[in-house]
Design a protein around this ligand. Sequence first.
Ligand code: NAX
Length: 328
Amino acid sequence: MATRAVHVTVTGAAGQIGYALVHRIAAGALLGPEQPVVLRLLEIEPAMGALEGVVMELEDGAHPLLEGIEPTSDLARAFDGASWCLLVGSVPRKAGMERRDLLSVNGGIFQPQGRAISEHAASDVRVLVVGNPCNTNCLIARSNAPDVPDERWFAMTRLDENRAKSQLAKKAGVPTRAVTNLAIWGNHSNTQFPDWVHARIDGQPVPDVIRDTDWLRGPFIETVQKRGAAVISARGASSAASAAHAAIESVRSIWQPTPAGEWHSLAVVSHGEYRVPEGLQCGYPVRSDGTAGEIVTGIEHDADAAARIKVSTDELVQERDEVRGLLG
Ligand code: NAX
């Protein structure tokens, strides 16, 4: 067993995703069964009572790998020495709120968090942003963290990848493990493009296995894009366990080498790849060598895919322009 505990920060730890996430981290799902962890849990003052309950349950788990729990509403303490920061906490969209309002309210959260990560986190810190709008929140935090390299920042598109894989597996009548190379391009919003063209089923291109192209171009894409809303209408609450699971898998796909020839979905900083404007936090296919992620290059898009990706990246440009005042 590794001797040094790794410090993991979870923000919004008393929320629904936070609640599902922290127990799995404590049980070793994030960093493996040999790696002790210290959990640093950030919440806002009004939620500190609920957070106390989360801490009690973590204690009641008697997790062998959990070496410490630090509940706090103080940013410096929350990020102190953290090697992984999972930024989940944010303010949900309320009735009557425009997307622009949501951007600025949440931007106000991610600006100080970016600064605090830059000042207090460990030198090897890596950050996954889950709180929505996650791409632009990640951009805001990253741009306010001058001491943390751009390549250490990720926004979550893995839940979309998993949703898409399940839909394809169901249609093809295969287990989900048969579906690989599913990239989510663009924004984690209903403009995202789940790339069925380059996904594979048992190593074969999806269009060679699922011949129903009308379904792929229409209902498949729409189901993935609108799955979050469908869960809300069925459950009366937004995705939580599946989102926590996707956060765990996102982190694992960064520190574990990607199998040869495959890729996963993460939103990472653009250096202009695939004509996406530089600096945006954009959904791409990403491979990891076990230490750093790298955008997969050389994928050719047909006109339909290229147009869809353009719509989604245009939306990211618009979001960036709306929060310009928050960028460092
Ligand atoms: P909840 O409302 O259950 O929990 C959010 C928690 O964040 C609350 O406990 C709140 O007190 C806390 N919080 C608010 N401001 C904070 C701050 N400044 N610092 C620390 N904590 C703060 O939401 P939940 O269902 O857990 O969802 C969390 C976020 O994940 C939302 O923004 C949601 O939209 C987003 N999602 C992102 C997904 C993705 O794929 N990227 C999918 C699932 C989810 O919708």
